[in-house]
Design a binder for this molecule. Structure first.
Ligand code: OOG
Ligand code: MG
Length: 262
């Protein structure tokens, strides 16, 4: 016999994770056994809290699309989270780390949508909706203690999304199959990989996103960003050292973290 489970209090989990993000005080992993559908529903609950505070949705992000990331975090299923305007850091700008718990940073490739999309869009239509690509950086900051989580924990926690920065957009979408990606601290390369390690081709990340969107339940406006997932492991985000994502032949973008706006 399957043990009876009490009714899941999604609202309480939404509150706990939202508060952890606002206060930068980490919380324990979820005790509740939840399904993927429930974890995306919790994530949408966090999105509506944030929209209620005046933020707007600016994009979606994929996670665990490369072996390097799956191996680093011990999770091997693709995950999707949302991005808002509050998370966007200006290119080559500075990021206030005082509201972050234990931030890490990773290099990404970003897609821009020429039109609005809804869950139910086909993989082919989603790929055809992309009109530009850019190098990007993502700051992740798990709201869970010790940066440890299960698959449903991390989805509920909006896939650790905390901040992102975008380099210049390019229409050279057809050149991104196998570009070298470097993560640099100052001038030193600390992680390197290739866009080919993102599911064999970053377009495959879009195809997987199309398949997951009905469960994610979030559509996007025209002009929105999609982050394909890091091609390398993430590194702890240092203070006052510029970190650059460089996608060779496409461009680069840097950010520097300060604490408390120094
Ligand atoms: C989850 C987010 C993963 C990526 O690019 O693979 C991710 C995490 O590692 O905390 O953003
Ligand atoms: Mg990422």
């Amino acid at each position: 016999m399957t043990p009876m489970r009490g009714i899941l209090d999604e609202g309480a989990i939404v509150d706990r994770l939202h508060e952890a993000q606002r206060s930068a005080i980490p919380v324990a992993q979820l005790d509740e056994e939840i399904t993927l559908e429930e974890s995306y529903s919790i994530q949408r609950g966090i999105l509506s809290r944030r929209l209620g505070r005046g933020e707007h949705l600016t994009g979606l992000k994929l996670g665990f699309t490369s072996e390097a990331k799956m191996a680093q975090m011990g999770v091997s299923d693709i995950i999707v989270g949302f991005l808002t305007n509050e998370m966007l850091v200006p290119a080559d700008g500075s990021l206030d780390g005082s509201r972050l718990i234990h931030p890490r940073i990773e290099p990404e490739i970003a897609f821009r949508l020429s039109r609005a999309i809804e869950p139910g869009i086909s993989a082919r239509e989603l790929v055809a909706s992309v009109d530009a690509v850019a190098p990007a950086l993502e700051v992740i900051d798990s709201r869970y203690r010790d940066f440890r989580f299960s698959l449903t924990d991390v989805i509920s926690d909006n896939t650790s999304a905390a901040a992102y920065a975008l380099g210049e957009w390019s229409d050279r979408i057809d050149t991104i199959a196998d570009l070298r990606v470097e993560l640099k601290r100052g001038d030193s390369v600390v992680e390197a990989g290739s866009t080919a390690s993102i599911l064999g081709h970053p377009f495959h990340a879009l195809e997987r996103l199309a398949a997951l969107l009905p469960m994610v339940g979030i559509g996007l406006p025209a002009g929105a960003t999609i982050l394909a997932g890091s091609a390398t492991a993430a590194i702890p985000l240092p203070e006052r050292a510029p970190i650059t994502a460089s996608v060779i032949d496409l461009g680069e973008v840097s950010v520097t973290m300060s604490r408390g706006g120094e």
